[in-house]
Design a protein around this ligand. Structure first.
Ligand code: ADP
Ligand code: MG
Length: 243
C-alpha cells in the first residue's frame, strides 16, 4: 500500500488563533476519504494545506513522500499532481470549456495544443459534457460548470483529487450529476479527499470518514462505524443535525 498523503501533528494558527490543533491523517493510494464536521471545524484549512495553498505553523505534510511543508519553490511541481475542485468553480469566464480544460497542460508545456484538445475531449466525456466543448462558461448551469472544473483538474493527470464542498453552491437538481462524476472517479481508483455535507454520498463512496471538530480529528472510521455506531458525543450530535 502506498501512502499518498501523510500529515503528522499538523498545526495552523491565523495570528494567535490556532485553528488546526494537531492533526494526524494518512491517505492511501486509491482511497476515498471524506471529511465531515461542523462549519469552522478546520476541514477546508486541512485540505488547503495538503496542496500548499495554506502553510502550516508546525508539523509535517508529505505528499507522495515529499515534504510539502518545506517545499519552497518545488511546491508548484508537487501541486501539479494534486487536482483541486472548489465550491465556486473558478472557471476562466473569457475562455470556452475546451480552453479552460486545455489551458494548464498547454501553458506548462505538458502537451501541444492539438494533443491537449484531443485529450480534453476524453475528459469532457468522463464528466458528460462532450457537447459543450465550445460553450462559454456563462452559458452553463452550475452543475455543468462544476463538471468542467473537474475535467480541468483531471487534465493535469493528478495522483490525488481534493474536493472542497463541490456541490454546496449548486441547485439541488444539479447535485446528483456532480456526485455521479465523483462516484465514477472513485470507482476508477482515483485517490480522493472530499469535504462534503452529502452524507448519503459519504456513506456510499467513502472508504473512510473523518469527523473534525474544533481543529481536531475527533473520530474516524468506515462509513458504517461513523454513521451507524458513532462514539464521540459531538459526532452523535452532529449526525442528528445533518441526517
Ligand atoms: P471548515 O472548512 O471546517 O468550515 P475552515 O477550515 O474554513 O473550516 O476554518 C477553520 C477556522 O479557521 C475558522 O474559525 C475560520 O474562521 C478560520 N480561518 C480560516 N481561514 C482563515 C484565514 N485565512 N484567516 C483567518 N482565519 C481563518
Ligand atoms: Mg470549509
Amino acid at each position: 500500500m502506498t501512502t499518498r498523503v501523510e500529515m503528522k501533528d499538523v498545526r495552523k494558527a491565523f495570528g494567535d488563533n490556532e485553528v488546526i490543533k494537531g492533526v494526524d491523517l494518512q491517505v492511501q493510494d486509491n482511497e476515498v476519504v471524506v471529511l465531515i464536521g461542523p462549519s469552522g471545524a478546520g476541514k477546508s484549512t486541512v485540505l488547503r494545506m495538503m496542496n500548499g495553498l495554506e502553510t502550516t505553523t508546525s508539523g509535517e505534510i508529505y505528499v507522495d513522500g515529499k515534504d510539502i511543508s518545506h517545499a519552497g519553490k518545488n511546491i508548484d511541481e508537487i501541486r501539479e499532481n494534486i487536482g483541486m475542485v472548489f465550491q465556486h468553480f473558478n472557471l476562466f469566464p473569457n475562455m470556452s470549456v475546451l480552453g479552460n480544460v486545455t489551458l494548464a497542460p498547454i501553458e506548462l508545456g505538458k502537451k501541444s495544443k492539438e494533443e491537449a484538445e484531443k485529450e480534453a475531449k476524453t475528459f469532457l466525456e468522463v464528466v458528460g459534457l462532450t457537447d459543450k466543448a465550445n460553450a462559454m462558461p456563462a452559458s452553463l448551469s452550475g452543475g455543468q460548470k462544476q463538471r468542467v472544473a473537474i475535467a480541468r483538474a483531471l487534465a493535469m493527470h493528478p495522483d490525488i483529487m481534493l474536493f472542497d464542498e463541490p456541490t454546496s453552491a449548486l441547485d439541488p437538481e444539479m447535485v446528483g450529476d456532480v456526485l455521479g462524476v465523483m462516484r465514477r472517479l472513485a470507482q476508477q481508483g482515483m485517490t480522493m479527499v472530499i469535504v462534503t455535507h452529502e452524507m448519503g454520498f459519504a456513506k456510499e463512496v467513502a472508504d473512510r470518514v473523518v469527523f473534525f471538530g474544533d481543529g481536531k480529528i475527533l473520530e474516524q472510521g468506515t462509513p458504517t462505524q461513523i454513521f451507524d455506531h458513532p462514539q464521540h458525543p459531538r459526532l452523535q450530535t452532529f449526525l442528528k443535525q445533518v441526517l
